[in-house]
Write a protein that binds this ligand. Sequence first.
Ligand code: NAP
Length: 241
Amino acid sequence: MRPKVICHMVSSIDGRLLVDRWSSPAAGVDSGALLGHYDQVAARLNADGWIVGRKTMEAYAKGKARTPGFAGNGVRDTHIAERKGHAVAVAIDPHGRLHYGQDNAGGDHIVAVLGEQVSDDYLAELREDGVSYLFAGADGRDLHRAMDTLGKAFDIRTILLEGGGVTNGAFLKAGLIDEISLLVYPGIDGVAGVPSIFEYVGHVDERPAAGRSLRHIGTETLEGGMVWLRYTVEVVAESGA
Ligand SMILES: NC(=O)c1ccc[n+]([C@@H]2O[C@H](COP(=O)([O-])OP(=O)(O)OC[C@H]3O[C@@H](n4cnc5c(N)ncnc54)[C@H](OP(=O)(O)O)[C@@H]3O)[C@@H](O)[C@H]2O)c1
């Protein structure tokens, strides 16, 4: 069974994604304390780990490309490395562009979600780094398959989807978001075209949220004026008429 996916994000009041661009908080309110709510709320959601897109994971992937040589038999199977009881940090990286040089991101065990076209050399590098991996179809875009494997092979029950907007958009279009946990920071970006928390890459006629509705399940105002909004994502019932 696939894990429950909770999209957990922080945005400006205009829904924008890039934290460094937001206006300063009111006098006496500390921006660090405001942003600290993100991890504190994440902990309250009791997830087994988190998922991010290739660009967002770049902040943790500081290794160099290497060619360690023969990776052993079964290199193209799902690989479960030594997790050491840690939560998982899942990177959606269809082309295998990330080079980790370590087995963890902020202490959480890295699981790479890849396209089947990545090379044996790249898989050997991940194995040498102690990174786990699984495949999401030929082009790495089959998120249903990836989530099924994450549930079955890694026993992940609940996972936080933590951006960026492109990755959130792909999960939205795939109908894979079960809940949304949005922290609204008391700040403004204000510029047209700056990425928002959902940035599905597709045709302007598409509606990636079609067939889904949001049911409000909670609002909390946190210290400093951060507002925590929670919704479940429901499948719109077919009209019987
Ligand atoms: N405010 C927040 O809570 C928050 C949270 C996370 C990130 N961020 C910020 O968001 C920015 C990055 O966001 P982003 O949206 O540009 O990048 P992203 O979602 O982190 O990564 C996008 C990449 O994911 C890959 N990908 C996987 N499946 C895909 C699919 N179905 N369709 C398209 N691409 C797919 C592509 O990699 P390839 O190019 O290799 O194909 C694509 O370039 C950073 O500045 C980060 O700091 C903010």
